[in-house]
Design a protein. Structure first.
Lengths: 277, 414
């Protein structure tokens, strides 16, 4: 098998897997719309069932998290930003997308374990779950984000804020397909991801502005994909334009390069999933 | 029309110590772990309307084959084609979510099977009515009793108008009325010409409902053909295996040879509610040997008249129950049996639902030995058992001559 690989074949496989990773998840959803919506509904029911406040918690959970950070940083520590930027404005524009991103990634490593009872002994389309988990989070955070952006600015930011959520959706696709497999087969991976995400939040300019990092360290932000994403979100919502080309290109390139390996991995692991959970 | 076609379909899998090993295989493509050949390449074609019975010992690959056809397990190779919607009565209720209500689970489960919401809207009432748990349908299924759970699962699986039905082990689920209802439903599928795959340890059921039978052994098809021939060969094989082995090394008991007439219970079974569990019950059974009544009778070959009187009650809502009588030897092999259905006996039921019937064996032809008489109440097709009296009477037969065997047949020398 190894001997048959030529550079052309690899490139060919790479392109096919890249296209498949974008196209096939959506096709699966289209073919199983009713199932997809039933599961979406189930997820919301699950999150709210048995609670007194019901759907309120969907909004309250992230909101309370945001309030806690705001209280710590703005009220107690009195963090002041250069150039008269309001802490709260800056913080919220980056924090809400981050909460959404990290929630999906945290869930992704346990995704197949979580749904095992449903798919293990049924002809369930396994491609559906990663996209489902992304859709759930984006559905919850999009209205929150749009409303917050509207309150902070005006109507004109609604559209850029929507673009941010769409970018999150697309950016997460290869990540979730990859993480869901790695998390299933490597238990340590599932253990370490939440920790890495927590650490990432502190090294990413969410609670502070990139300009506040000592100059000699700013260079390292280029190696943090989350820093690029947060910069992109800020630029889109605050300035309604793309950030510097380097950032945009890096995000695009990293995403494009990840699609093929993610799909390749998922596809090969698919028939093992039912036996591994 | 071809309903199911398997062309060299096989299922091999590897046992891994951990998932990391598995991941290594996924990435490098190099297989590791211990190879298990669950099913060797098998080719099979099933036409619409055929009923295929699958027999074999535990671990022979029966369930693997059913799972492949139910598409809950992917074949390792070969070409598998299934034309039509499959209802699999395998491990009923998997795919249900405990937090969701019955109503929501109906939709969730049917959507996993690929049924459109509009289609399900039309079938919904039927599912709920059939399951008989209308009052609980908006409760989370975690509050259901196991019986309610099975009923709902069975209702969803069979109300979706499947083209192919997969049955593992039992021809009915639940208890009492529902067992009867689910049995009727399955028979209805058979009568309306659906393709059925039926896997069972009950050779009696295999012979009763199948058109074709395959016998699997160690993942391979050992024999294929009409049920009576295959079942017989399988029985002979079990007999040979159990008798050739020394006592100490007997394998797991010969699969159900002794349970010819038993309804094999479904693993997920409702806790029986004794009052209404049985649709028909024995009231009285009396066995006489030349007017001597008893539970232990002495008989004389070709002289004693053996007669059995039975009275039983059957629920007026069902057709009158049929009576079957079997004589077993000490190893529980059936020596002979009779049934009111096969003999076309017209059964009368009085206003209260009681039936009285008498069977005579004049000059009993049994040869020397100890036998047991069992009496069974069965459905009008003689497949489902309502009530039974196993080893009800012991018969000790004596003879004057030295003929060998179990029975003396009518004969003439010339």
């Amino acid at each position: 098998m190894i001997s048959a690989i030529s550079p052309f074949a690899i490139l060919n496989a790479f392109i096919i897997n890249t296209i498949n990773c974008i196209w096939l998840p959506f096709r699966t959803v289209a073919q199983n719309r009713d199932l997809f919506f039933a599961l979406l509904k189930r997820d919301f029911t699950n999150r709210t069932s048995g609670t007194g406040l019901g759907a309120f918690w969907l909004l309250a959970q992230p909101a309370l998290q945001v309030v806690a950070f705001w209280f710590l940083l703005d009220v107690i520590l009195r963090v002041r930003f250069p150039g008269n930027v309001s802490f709260l404005d800056y913080f919220l524009i980056g924090m809400i997308p981050w909460v959404c991103l990290s929630e999906v990634m945290q869930r992704s490593v346990r995704l197949y374990g979580e749904f095992a009872s449903i798919f293990k002994k049924t002809p369930f389309p396994l491609e559906l779950l990663p996209l489902l988990s992304i859709t759930i989070a984006v559905t919850i955070y999009t209205p929150i984000y749009l409303i917050v952006a509207f309150i902070l600015y005006d109507f004109s930011v609604i559209f850029p804020a929507l673009i941010v959520m769409i970018i999150i959706f697309l950016w997460l696709i290869p990540i979730v397909y990859l993480f869901s497999i790695l998390g299933l087969f490597i238990r340590d991976f599932a253990q370490v991801v939440p920790f890495i995400l927590t650490m990432s939040m502190y090294v990413t300019p969410i609670l502070y502005m990139p300009q506040m990092i000592p100059e000699e360290y700013q260079f390292y932000l280029a190696f943090n994909p989350f820093a690029d994403l947060i910069a992109l979100f800020h630029s889109l919502v605050e300035n309604k334009q793309l950030p510097e080309t380097g950032i945009t290109l890096r995000i695009l390139l990293e995403w494009l390069l990840l699609l093929a390996p993610a799909w390749w991995m998922f596809n090969r692991a698919k028939k093992h999933i039912r036996e591994a959970v | 029309m071809i309903s199911i076609s398997l062309n060299g379909v096989y299922k091999h899998y590897y046992l891994y110590q951990n998932n990391i090993q598995r991941l290594r295989e996924i990435i490098t493509g190099k297989v590791g772990g211990k190879l298990i050949k669950a099913l060797e390449p098998i080719s099979l074609e099933l036409k619409t309307g055929q009923v295929l019975g699958i027999i074999g010992d535990n671990g022979a690959g029966k369930s693997t084959l059913l799972k492949l056809i139910a598409q809950t397990s992917a074949p390792s190779g070969g070409n598998l084609q299934v034309n039509g919607r499959v209802a699999a009565l395998l491990e009923l209720g998997t795919g249900f979510h405990p937090e969701l209500t019955g109503h929501e689970n109906i939709y969730l489960y049917s959507s996993i099977l690929g049924i459109k919401k509009q289609t399900m809207d039309e079938l919904y009432d039927e599912v709920v009515n059939f399951s008989g748990i209308k009052n609980f349908i908006h409760q989370p299924v975690k509050t259901y009793s196991s019986g309610m759970f099975v009923r709902l699962a069975f209702a969803v699986a069979t109300c979706i108008e499947p083209d192919i039905l997969i049955i593992d082990e039992a021809l009915s689920v639940g208890d009492g009325q529902f067992a009867r209802k689910s049995f009727d439903r399955i028979m209805q599928f058979k009568d309306s010409g659906k393709t059925i795959l039926f896997c069972s340890h009950s050779m009696f059921h295999i012979e009763s409902i199948c058109d074709r039978t395959i016998w699997l052994e160690n993942g391979k098809v050992k024999m294929e053909g009409s049920p009576d021939i295959v079942v017989n060969a399988y029985k002979m094989d079990i007999k040979a295996r159990t008798s050739s082995l020394p006592e100490l090394h007997k394998p797991t008991p010969a699969p159900m040879l002794d349970e010819e007439f038993h309804m094999v219970e479904h693993p997920v079974e409702e806790l029986a509610t004794p009052q209404n569990a049985k649709l028909a019950t024995f009231d009285k059974i009396r066995v006489y040997a030349d007017n001597v009544e008893g539970k232990k009778l002495s008989l004389f070959n070709n002289q004693t008249n053996l007669s059995i009187e039975a009275s039983y009650h059957s629920d007026p809502s069902i057709e009158v129950a049929q009576l079957a009588i079997a004589i077993h030897d000490e190893n529980d092999h059936v020596v002979t049996s009779v049934c009111t259905l096969m003999d076309n006996v017209e059964l009368c039921r009085d206003d209260k639902g009681y039936t009285h019937i008498k069977l005579d064996y004049p000059d009993i032809a049994l040869l020397k030995g100890r036998y047991y008489l069992g009496v069974y109440l069965m459905c009008e097709r003689c497949i489902m058992v309502y009530d039974e009296a196993i080893r009800y009477v012991e018969l000790n037969v004596q003879q004057s001559g030295r003929e060998l065997g179990v029975v003396s047949l009518p004969h003439r020398w010339s």
